[in-house]
Write a protein that binds this ligand. Structure first.
Ligand SMILES: [Zn+2]
Length: 130
């Protein structure tokens, strides 16, 4: 089972400041792996056994020896989460290269899979045609 969490849930579990710092560190995460409960990795002096994101928890929770934050994810656990989710800028650029018809098919497919996605897409479409 792959971890099922989103950027939105990650943003809810930490601060914009921590996210910005973690973006710079995400590329340095190695030994990235996961199971049904956690995602882990190695970052600097912190090894895979001590740096973990618990992806089943909402809000997302983590374990890290730094204990720098009393609430919310620290920069290290956030970096592991970003390493798992991937680079949004790269993702956006890849989408930009897709043919328009492929994007339409993709959005229709997404709307069929999720009622929430359908509502979000419909609001955007109505706004654009208003
Ligand atoms: Zn930490």
């Amino acid at each position: 089972m792959h971890p099922d969490f989103t950027y939105r849930q990650l943003r809810a579990a930490t601060t914009e400041e921590v996210l910005a710092q973690a973006r710079a560190l995400a590329a340095e995460v190695s030994e990235l792996d996961w199971d049904e409960h956690s995602v882990w990795g190695e970052l600097g002096k912190y090894g895979p056994g001590e740096l973990m994101l618990h992806h089943e928890d909402r809000p997302l929770a983590g374990e890290c020896p730094c204990r720098r934050r009393k609430s919310g994810l620290c920069v290290h656990v956030t970096a592991v989460a970003l390493a798992y989710l991937g680079d949004t800028d790269e993702f956006r650029q890849a989408l930009t290269r897709l043919p328009h018809a492929d994007l339409v098919a993709l959005l229709c497919d997404l709307a069929d899979r999720s009622e929430q996605a359908r509502r979000v897409i419909q609001v955007r479409v109505e706004r654009a045609s208003a």
